[in-house]
Structures are given as structure tokens and as C-alpha cells.
Design a protein around this ligand. Structure first.
Ligand code: GLC
Ligand code: MG
Length: 569
């Protein structure tokens, strides 16, 4: 990559919309594309650069759209193809980029491809999915030890029609496509082109790391460990992040690059963002030599420890593995994991501190709808879950146990309707409608309207941070230098952002501790190698502070407990 070439995705910020729960325009209790279009100005006001939409394609909705039955059409409950086209145009006219969600690894079992494939061993699509004979007498034992997403069950499903097993890495109704068949690859790349031709700026790639499995179907080795908080017993070396998947990323990249305009390659690039799991070092391989994915989610922040040491070590690791012009992609919340505010025991100060971190690090921050107003998990009974993970795997877990688990098992809890107002149904849908999931009771206080224009609210904090980021090259383009930890205040993390030789300097100070800390910006702002000491007293200006108790005197700040500040030096 050329260091001086500007590429939009390197400087962007991402906002994830979960269409079913964002805004309902027609009163059927389900969010839809017109609802999203009607609320695009919220994203502009917020100051994000890119909107990523979770899937809205044709689907039986067994996994709420992550089970696609037609990649090239819109599910009727969400709208029409012209609505999707209008959404892209309306976003573009507001200066927003648009990313869709491509689920390549699997389709719905209702997809015509799969219906044909499972009908016999000899039909035209017999080889479009991953079919194997079983082991044991009558072949009734799964072909190997590969496990499904939640680890507790085999990834193989028995098909009475074919008297064979098919692979479903995620849930049983999501059969994995066989990308070793060139026809399958062509069909999927054509679906990708279908949307690229309509102007979409890129894709978030659903469980992309699973796309190519070991051609020899070897058993994964036994090695109990935790993967972003999820217990795994086998190391997924033959099913995830294989060399062939990395190669596949490069082929997909070539497709995306077909649509880049030669007049403005950096501004018209179509971007690939992988949902992949593994160490920062492993995931770096997807980017290759700027010929693979552009971005990969780094999910460590989903399971952070709330302390300076944790974030220091992660940032160091990411800076090492994703040096500029590569960009780490940070995420604190999404539609699969607990809301951030619940991870910090409901403490808004801590959530605000993390918001500052997310929006001021070097890299691409991703924000999940509702995060900007501190939406919380909505407690729900596991036995009544709509979420297929909860239903398939966890419906037997006693409620008392569920309440004590660190990770939520029912994703419904983080997918309740967006809280726009304190009125009926939180303004998500008409007052008479029944939203597909209940609205959180706290919407009466916690909603966009109530926080709009209110100093100190989460919404105004995100707005301030995102606009600041757009205005300041040091924040959206600059380097990041971590300052050494101060032994007197080990709970404080300080870093500096600078862009080239520009005089603009941005310093971010985050206090994870429960006592106030003193940070001398000037003294400790000397470059670590000590080459050029800075002049005596710097002009310090507070750009954003999460706590009004922040005191600035000269170049020293007093940073209250659980607070963060962004300063100009
Ligand atoms: C990804 C999605 C999740 C979905 C799964 C299967 O992890 O984020 O919501 O259920 O893939 O497609
Ligand atoms: Mg609707």
C-alpha cells in the first residue's frame, strides 16, 4: 500500500444497523428499509462515515436473515429491490458509504440450491454443498469430529433423503456451501457483483473464516481454550482460517477491485470487512499484501477487562500487527454480544470512557445501533427466545444459571427495537403495532430524543467524538504513540495522535481507576526516544471530557475516576 494514498475506508467509522430492529415504517412491527432511509439523518448527525446493514435479503428468517434463500432480492417484510437501491442513493447523497452483509459460508436450507442438492446424490447441484458418507455401521456416525458454532454439537446433519451427512458449521438449517466447486464460487461472486453494480461500497463478510475447510476432512485436534469468551474443546485448524480461505479472500478481492474507478481508486474502492476469529497475527493474513480483505474485526474488545493494562497490551499488539496504512477494526458491541453498558455494571462513566477509547484509537471503530444512547440488554426468558442459538442449544439451561453467566446466551436481549423516543413503542413503530421483540422498558428515559442536545449524554458524547475525529487529521489519519505507564497512576492510559509533521497533536487520557489521577501532558509528551524535547508550556485545550470535574492547569490535568479526555496540544 502507498502510504500517501487516501483510501476512504482507512478513515471511516462504521455504524451497524440491524434492520429488523432499527425503524419500522409500515407498522408491521418489523423494521424495514424505508425505516432506515427515514433515519439516515440520525447517522449524519452522529457523524459516522459508513452504515453497515445486517442482512435483509430473502430468507425464512430462522436466523433473522443470516439464513439467505435468495442473495439478489429483498425479503418482502423489509421492502423491495428499488428500496434497497434508493437506500444506497440516499446514503450516498448524504456522504455516507454503505456496506451490506454477505453470508457466503452457508445458505438457508430453504434456498433452492439446497433443496435441489439434497434431493439426490446425482442432481445438477448435488455437489453444491458439503456432503459426506458417515462412519460406522450404516454410516450413521458423523464423518469426523468437526463441531458447530456453539461447540456442543457436531457440525454434521443427517439427511434422510440422501442418506448422507451435510456440513452446517453454524446451525443445522444453515448448510455450508462447497466452494471447491467452481460453479458455486461463480454463483456467489455473481451475487456480490449484483450488489456492487448497484453501488454498494463494500461488504461485511459473515463468518468468513469458515469458508474453505480441509479437503481431506481431517479431525480437529483436542485443545480446550476460550475463543472471545466462548469455550472450545478442539482447535479449529482444519475448519477455520485455512490457507485456502486466505486464498479465497484474494479471489473475492479481485471481484471487488473490478468496480474501483481508475479516476479515483482510493475514493471508490469497494471494501471487504471480515468477521473472522483468531489472534491478531492470524487474522493479519487475510489482508495479505493489500490483495485480500481490507479490514478484519478484532474482537478482543468484546471481552475486555476494564483496566489500562488490558487495553495497553491489545493496542500494542494491534500496532505491531496492523501498522499504518493497515487499520485495526475495533468493536465493543454487535448484534451477537452483550451490550457494553451491561458489561460495566450499568456505570455510564465507564461506558463513556470506553466510547472515548473506541473513537480515538488508530483504526476503524464499529458502533452497533443503540450503543450511542447506551442501550442495555433487555432481560428475557431463555425458554421464550426467538434467537435460534438460544433455542437450539440453551433452552434447557435453568434461568438462575443464565442470570449469572458472563456471556448472554439469548441474542434477543441485544436486538430489541431501537429507542428513538420515550413514547409508545419507543417510536420504533406505530403505537398500535406489536414489535417483533419487546421494547426495553427503560426507553422512557433512555432514547435518542431525550439525549438530543443534552450536555453530558451518551449521544452528545458520541457526536462530539465522531465529529472531532472527522475534523482532525491526527485522529482519522494519524499515528498513535502510547505513552509509558506512570507508576504513580497505573490505571491511566495516555496516547498521542499525530499526522506526519503537522503541528496538530491530539492527546487522549483515559483513567480506568477509581481515584482521580494527575497527568502532566507536557512533561510526558516528549517523544520516547527523547530526540526533540518540546518547548516549555504547551497550549493545552480540552476538546472532549467525559467528566465535568476535569481540571486543567497549565499542562497538567486532574482526571477524575472513570473518565477520559481528548486534548489538543
Ligand atoms: C455471524 C453473525 C450471526 C449469525 C451467524 C451465522 O456470526 O454475526 O448473527 O447468526 O454468523 O450466519
Ligand atoms: Mg415494517
Amino acid at each position: 500500500m502507498q502510504d500517501d494514498e487516501r483510501r476512504w475506508w482507512q478513515e471511516t467509522t462504521i455504524y451497524q444497523v440491524y434492520p429488523r430492529s432499527f425503524a419500522d415504517s409500515d407498522g408491521d412491527g418489523l423494521g424495514d428499509l424505508v425505516g432506515i432511509i427515514d433515519h439516515l439523518d440520525h447517522l449524519v448527525d452522529l457523524g459516522v462515515g459508513t452504515v453497515w446493514l445486517s442482512p435483509f435479503f430473502d430468507s425464512p428468517q430462522a436466523d433473522f436473515g443470516y439464513d439467505i434463500s435468495n442473495y439478489c432480492d429483498v425479503a418482502p417484510e423489509y421492502g423491495t429491490l428499488p428500496d434497497a437501491e434508493r437506500l444506497i442513493d440516499e446514503a450516498h447523497s448524504r456522504g455516507l458509504k454503505v456496506m451490506f452483509d454477505m453470508v457466503m459460508n452457508h445458505t438457508s436450507d430453504q434456498h433452492p440450491w439446497f433443496r435441489t442438492s439434497k434431493a439426490s446424490r446425482s442432481n445438477a447441484k448435488a455437489d453444491w454443498y458439503i456432503w459426506r458418507d458417515g462412519r460406522g455401521r450404516g454410516g450413521r456416525k458423523p464423518p469426523n469430529n468437526w463441531r458447530s458454532a456453539m461447540e456442543v454439537k457436531t457440525a454434521w446433519q443427517w439427511s434422510p433423503e440422501r442418506q448422507q451427512w451435510y456440513l452446517a458449521s453454524f446451525l443445522p438449517f444453515q448448510p455450508d456451501l462447497n466452494f471447491r466447486n467452481p460453479e458455486v464460487k461463480d454463483a456467489m461472486f455473481d451475487a456480490v457483483r449484483f450488489w456492487l453494480r448497484r453501488g454498494v461500497d463494500g461488504f461485511r463478510l459473515d463468518i468468513f473464516g469458515n469458508v474453505m475447510k480441509d479437503p481431506d476432512f481431517r479431525d480437529n485436534p483436542w485443545r480446550p481454550h476460550l475463543d472471545t469468551g466462548i469455550p472450545r474443546f478442539w482447535e479449529r485448524i482444519y475448519t477455520e482460517n485455512t490457507d485456502d480461505t486466505i486464498q479465497f479472500a484474494k479471489e473475492l478481492r479481485a471481484v471487488a477491485d473490478e468496480f474501483r474507478s481508475p479516476d479515483d481508486p482510493g475514493g471508490t474502492e469497494r471494501v471487504l470487512l471480515g468477521e473472522v476469529f483468531g489472534s491478531a497475527e492470524t487474522l493479519r493474513r487475510y489482508i495479505g499484501d493489500d490483495d485480500g480483505l481490507h479490514l478484519v474485526f478484532l474482537f478482543d474488545f468484546l471481552t475486555y477487562r476494564y483496566d489500562a493494562g488490558f487495553f495497553r497490551s491489545r493496542i500494542e499488539e494491534y500496532e505491531r500487527n496492523y501498522p499504518a496504512p493497515l487499520q485495526p477494526t475495533y468493536v465493543l458491541e454487535n448484534h451477537d454480544r452483550s451490550r457494553l453498558i451491561d458489561r460495566v455494571g450499568g456505570d455510564v462513566r465507564k461506558a463513556q470512557t470506553l466510547a472515548v477509547l473506541l473513537c480515538t484509537l488508530r483504526g476503524v471503530p464499529a458502533i452497533y445501533q443503540g450503543q450511542e444512547i447506551a442501550m442495555s440488554n433487555t432481560a428475557m426468558r431463555l425458554r421464550e427466545a426467538r434467537d435460534p442459538i438460544a433455542r437450539t442449544y440453551f433452552s434447557w439451561v435453568p434461568e438462575a444459571v443464565v442470570q449469572r453467566l458472563p456471556e448472554r446466551l439469548n441474542r434477543d436481549e441485544v436486538r430489541t427495537p431501537m429507542q428513538w423516543t420515550g413514547g409508545p413503542n419507543a417510536g420504533f413503530t406505530t403505537p398500535e403495532a406489536v414489535p417483533w421483540l419487546p421494547v426495553n422498558e427503560n426507553h422512557t428515559e433512555r432514547n435518542v430524543e431525550a439525549q438530543d442536545g443534552v450536555d453530558g449524554s451518551m449521544l452528545e458524547l458520541y457526536r462530539a467524538l465522531l465529529h472531532l475525529r472527522t475534523e482532525r487529521p491526527s485522529l482519522h489519519r494519524g499515528s498513535l504513540t502510547l505513552r509509558p505507564a506512570d507508576p504513580a497512576y497505573p490505571d491511566v492510559l495516555v496516547y498521542e495522535r499525530r499526522f506526519g509533521d503537522e503541528p496538530e497533536r491530539t492527546v487522549v487520557a483515559v483513567n480506568f481507576g477509581s481515584i482521580a489521577a494527575t497527568v502532566d501532558l507536557n512533561e510526558r509528551s516528549r517523544p520516547i526516544d527523547g530526540a526533540t524535547a518540546l518547548p516549555g508550556s504547551a497550549e493545552v485545550e480540552v476538546l472532549v471530557a467525559t467528566d465535568r470535574g476535569l481540571v486543567l492547569s497549565g499542562s497538567t490535568i486532574q482526571l477524575p475516576a472513570h473518565s477520559a479526555a481528548v486534548l489538543s496540544l
